[in-house]
Design a binder for this molecule. Structure first.
Ligand code: THG
Length: 368
């Protein structure tokens, strides 16, 4: 089934790269933080195969930054996350759950520490800017909070290091995973991190100054022509294979980090100033949790709402939140929230997809 067309307007923001993305033949968009986010260039399967064999440039400007600067910056960010960020280094990136007072997931951003009094919260798709402003103003904290003119451009794929080396030098390629360093673009220092929403490895360039977007894009494409560099985008098939979660799909405000399988990012012994701390202590042992699951039978259609999961006798036990046909693993790869009594690897369940009832097998790990 074909989704209806997405109507354009200023409210659905363009990115500094949109002109180049459209010249490259983007075929579909979703929205992310009220900005266009490309989803298909040639076809989902062609984009997937290319991501895993070459190098792609992704317009992920929709991963908007909340800049928090001032003497209370650390205090404010720590109030929103159960991950202990007190010992973060000035060149570090942390994947953090953002939770409310009930321990419900509000976002799962990448946090960048720029210096002791300056952070970027690189958001998933929810309006955290207003939450941070509300907290800071309500408590009279000494911070400035705003959305800077910063737009991430991801370079992902097995040849990402080759391309980045050509454009920015081998020192940049040597940056460690989830660390950032600086490069000069259009004569301005900008942040580049070893990170990205794929399992193929790569970098994210935090473009500062929208006016330089097309220049940066062209630098990468000019240097990578012989590498078959292409415009790409986050790939649903590949990110499910690797177990990267999507906020709003795999978890929402209704789920704790423990239910989302993000318990390893919760330091309840030390992150006691997190506003959700007391709730999370109570909710440490979840009664449902995210699981990698395999769906048997034909290739599943696109998921537009969670698909109900039940036992063979029809008892409801959870939902599939993301699913796609994987050519490389020759099966439907999926992520589901499953009740505790049924979440053991090897458990056979069933799922109601728009195409009918299909078998579902709980796995013990993701595919890569
Ligand atoms: N990059 C940046 N901002 C982002 C994303 C990104 N904001 C939105 C969204 N993606 C946030 N969600 C994630 C989810 C997973 C990861 C990164 C961002 C990720 N996880 C690794 C994993 O699970 O294997 C490693 C996490 C770790 O070791 O700390 O990379 O992609 N700028």
């Amino acid at each position: 089934m074909q989704l209806p067309y997405l109507t354009a307007s200023s409210r659905v923001r363009m990115s500094p790269f949109t002109a180049r993305v459209e010249a490259a033949g983007v075929q579909a968009y979703t929205t992310y933080n009220h900005m266009l986010l490309p989803t298909i260039f040639r076809s989902p399967l062609e984009d997937y195969a290319h991501l895993k064999s070459a190098v792609q440039v992704w317009d992920v400007a929709g991963e908007r930054q909340v800049e928090i600067r001032g003497p209370d910056a650390l205090k404010l960010v720590q109030m929103t996350t159960p991950r202990d960020i007190s010992r973060m280094k000035d060149d570090q990136c942390f994947y953090i759950p953002n939770v409310d007072e009930n321990g419900g997931m509000m976002n799962d951003p990448v946090l960048l520490k720029l210096d002791a009094e300056r952070y970027w919260v690189s958001l998933a798709d929810s309006d955290m800017l207003y939450y941070y402003k509300g907290l800071a103003n309500g408590l009279g904290l000494n911070v400035e909070i705003f959305e800077p003119d910063v737009s991430p451009l991801a370079v992902q794929g097995p040849k990402a290091g080759t391309l980045i080396g050509r454009v920015f030098g081998e020192d940049v390629v040597a940056t460690r995973f989830f660390r950032h360093t600086q490069v000069e673009i259009a004569g301005k220092p900008m942040v580049i991190a070893r990170s990205g929403w794929s399992l193929q490895g790569g970098f994210e360039i935090y473009l500062e100054g929208s006016e330089h977007g097309e220049h940066l894009w062209d630098l990468l494409f000019d240097a990578g022509a012989d590498l078959d560099v292409r415009a790409g985008c986050p790939c649903t098939i590949e990110r499910i294979e690797g177990g990267l979660l999507s906020y709003g799909n795999d978890m929402t405000l209704e789920h704790t980090p423990f239910e989302a399988g993000l318990g390893k990012y919760c330091n309840l012994d030390t992150a006691t100033s997190c506003l959700g701390h007391a709730a999370l202590v109570q909710k440490r042992e979840p009664t449902r949790q995210i699981r990698p699951v395999e769906i048997s039978g034909d290739a599943v259609p696109a998921l537009r709402a969670p698909w109900p999961v039940s036992t063979p006798s029809g008892e409801p036990v959870g939902f599939v939140s993301s699913a796609a046909w994987s050519p490389d693993f020759n099966t439907n790869v999926a992520i589901a929230m499953v009740d505790r009594a049924h979440w053991t690897a090897g458990t056979e369940l069933q799922v109601q997809t728009p195409a009918g009832l299909q078998g579902l097998l709980v796995r013990d790990r993701y595919w890569v």
